[in-house]
Design a protein around this ligand. Structure first.
Ligand code: AHG
Ligand code: MN
Ligand code: MN
Length: 334
């Protein structure tokens, strides 16, 4: 039998010799703790009384589900208790959450999508939590502007997938490691070491209901895929769309292909450039992709190079197998 490596074992090896080893390990374990609690709520569903709408909207005008708010509270409570954070920004809060008086403050900022795939909650579909950790060197408490760092500044990023199994997938910039929650022991165990996006795959993930509004490069790419072996690609493709970025990106990470959430004419008419948020969806997922030998691009720029201008900024997203993203980038430049 192969040796059982827990998240704590992994962190000890991963951060060995680094001056910030203890801080990063404590923060990561607090994130894992929050995810274990959120997973339990998701698993109990209606029995935990967490389904349904909360009856209010977030700053982006989206209806909040009860679980969006509960997951946000759990994530804040658990991670700020680590003493390693200087502030927390979240999809569910207009501005960042300052660390309260009396709680130790550290040298990191975190941005989080506490419950990704909210529309899946009430139908028992896959959901997740996405997080991104940024450095913070000042003594004074941060303001919102301190969070506005490009994705290439991240020191830790990852997601937890709440599906048939609960999985934590993370990177510190030395590859991607996936852990599965052992429900009997209540701990994450390394199950997917050194994850790599397969270089070749014939699979794409996009909400095709918006096809009429797509711009030419996306239209061309998907048209060529759906023409199958009679078309210019000469091969048949497969399509999947779970409606949860965590579920869809996890599948691409495991099986290859592309995840696309482009901007389109209809969104732009409403003043939006894409749907997904740079700081707690696109950047952390983009870094994981790159660390697994894939690529992440907006169509105009590498996602990790986009300097945020606001906490809840939206960006077009294309990520997955490197050769497919290269092709999409080429279609965007012609
Ligand atoms: P969230 O539930 O955190 O607001 O994110 C939902 C996002 C993302 O998870 C998913 O890829 C996308 O919305 C689905 O959007 P459509 O409903 O337009 O397909
Ligand atoms: Mn989301
Ligand atoms: Mn969310």
């Amino acid at each position: 039998m192969t040796k059982r490596i827990t998240l704590a074992d992994f962190l000890a090896a991963e951060t060995q010799g680094q001056s910030n080893a203890a801080a990063l390990s404590a923060l990561t374990l607090s994130i894992a703790d929050a995810c274990v609690d959120i997973a339990a709520l998701v698993r109990h569903g209606e029995l935990a009384g967490v389904l349904g709408a909360a009856g209010q909207e977030n700053v982006q005008g989206e209806e909040q589900k009860k679980l969006d708010i509960i997951a946000n509270d759990v994530f804040i409570d658990k991670t700020q208790a680590s003493g390693q954070l200087a502030g927390i920004a979240s999809e569910e809060m207009d501005n960042h959450h300052p660390i309260p008086e009396g709680v130790a403050r550290g040298n990191y900022l975190i941005t989080v999508d506490p419950l990704d795939g909210s529309s899946n909650i009430d139908v028992n579909g896959a959901t997740g939590t996405i997080f991104s950790v940024l450095p913070y060197a000042k003594e004074s408490p941060p303001d919102d502007a301190d969070f506005l760092q490009a994705g290439n500044q991240q020191v830790l990023a990852g997601y937890c997938l709440y599906s048939s199994a609960t999985m934590l997938v993370l990177t510190f910039g030395h590859g991607v490691a996936g852990f599965t929650l052992d429900l009997d022991q209540g701990e994450f165990v390394l199950s997917h070491p050194a994850m790599q996006v397969p270089a070749q795959s014939r699979e794409f993930s996009i909400n095709a209901a918006y096809a009429a509004h797509w711009h030419a490069p996306i239209k061309r790419y998907i048209d060529e895929c759906v023409q199958g072996d009679a078309g210019p690609r000469g091969e048949n493709f497969n399509m999947r769309w779970a409606g949860s970025m965590v579920g869809d990106v996890h599948r691409i990470l495991c099986r290859g292909g592309v995840f696309l959430y482009p901007s389109d004419a209809r969104m732009e008419k409403a003043g939006k450039t894409g749907k997904l948020r740079l700081m707690y969806e696109a950047s952390p997922m983009g870094w994981l992709m790159e660390q697994a030998s894939g690529k992440a691009h907006t169509g105009a720029q590498n996602i990790l190079e986009v300097i945020p201008t606001s906490l809840h900024q939206r960006v077009p997203v294309m990520m997955g197998s490197a050769s497919e993203i290269d092709r999409l980038m080429e279609y965007h430049s012609t």
